[in-house]
Design a protein around this ligand. Sequence first.
Ligand code: F0G
Length: 350
Amino acid sequence: LHRGQGVIRRWRGWLPEIPEQAVAELGEGDTPLVEATRLSGRVGARVYLKLEGLNPTASFKDRGMTVAMSRAAAAGRTACVCASTGNTAASAAAYAARAGMVCFVVVPAGKIALGKAVQVLAHGAEIVQIEGNFDAALRLSRRAAEELEHVALVNSVNPDRIEGQKTAAFEVCEALGRPPEALALPVGNAGNITAYWKGFTEWQRAGRAAGRPRMLGFQAAGAAPLVAGHDIESPETVASAIRIGSPASREGALRAVRESGGLIESVTDAEILEAQDLLAREEGVFCEPASAAGVAGLLKLAREGRAPAGTAVCVLTGHGLKDPDAVLSRVRLPEPVPATFEDVARRLGA
Ligand code: F0G
C-alpha cells in the first residue's frame, strides 16, 4: 500500500516540517514484519522480526537520515558530518548524494565492516579514519559541526534522526493491529531505543492504542556501559556496529526502560553469533551480528525462564551482507571438485 512512498511522505503529520522541494528520500521504511515460527517455539512467545535491513542502504538508519538530511538542506546547509561504526556513514553517504550535499564520515580506523566501507566509497563521501574509537569520533564530529556553520551533524543526537526513526514503531503497531507486548533490539549509541519509545508513546497519546510494549534492550557484553552503569573506555565486541562505550542517548534509553518496565542487559559475542546463525539457518533471515543481539537477548531470557509473554518483536537493524567477514570467520567455502557427475553427486551425499 505504502511501498516506496518513503518515511516523510508516509508520516508527514507526525514529523517536523519539511518543505517539499527539500525532501531527500529513497523510498525507505515500510519494511516487512515477518513471523518467526521456529524462533517462537524456542522462546515460548509469538516472535516477529522487523526486517530493517531491507531499507535502501540496508539498515534502519535511512528512516532518520531522510528527515535529518532533508531538514539540513532546507536550512541551507551544504555539507554534513557524522561519526559512525559504519551504518550511519553508509546512510549519510547515500542521502547526501541524493540531496546534493558534501558528506564527511568520521570512523574508527580499520573497525568498519567491509560492506559499509564499500557503500561510503561508492557514494563518494569523504572518509576520515581516526586512530580512536566511535566515542572519540562522535566528540570530534560534534565539534566540527559546532565550529563550521555550513556543516550539519547527522548523528542521532540530531533530533531529526529520532523523529524519522520513531516511524518504525508506528509500522509495527499498524502491522500487528496493536502494539506488541515486548520489543527487543540492540543498543549502541541508544538512539534507536529512544526513537521506538517516542513512537510508541506518540501512538498511544494519539489514541491509536491502549498500551505500549516493554522495551528490551541488549548490549554486547564487552561494550555494555548501560549495564555497567558507567562508560567503557575500550569497548570490544564482534558486533562492530554497537562497539560503543559512551552512548549519547543514554537518558532516552534509561527512560524507555523505566517507563515501560523493560530492561537493558548484555549478551556475549558467542550468543550474538549463535543467534545470527540461527536466524539465517532456521528462519531464512540474514542480519549482521549487532542486529542479532535482540534475538540473542530473547533466547537468553527464555533460558532463564524470563521470556516475555504474548507477542514480541525483534528489530533486525541491518542486513547480513554488510559484514561478510562475520560469516567467513566461521564458515569456509569448500574446495572445488572436478566437473564430473560422480564428484558432484558425492557432494550431494549420493
Ligand atoms: N544495529 C546496527 C546494525 C547499528 O548499526 C547500530 C548503530 C545499532 C544497532 C544500535 O543503534 O546506536 O541507535 O543504539 N549504529 C551506529 C552507526 C552507531 O554509526 O552506524 P543505536
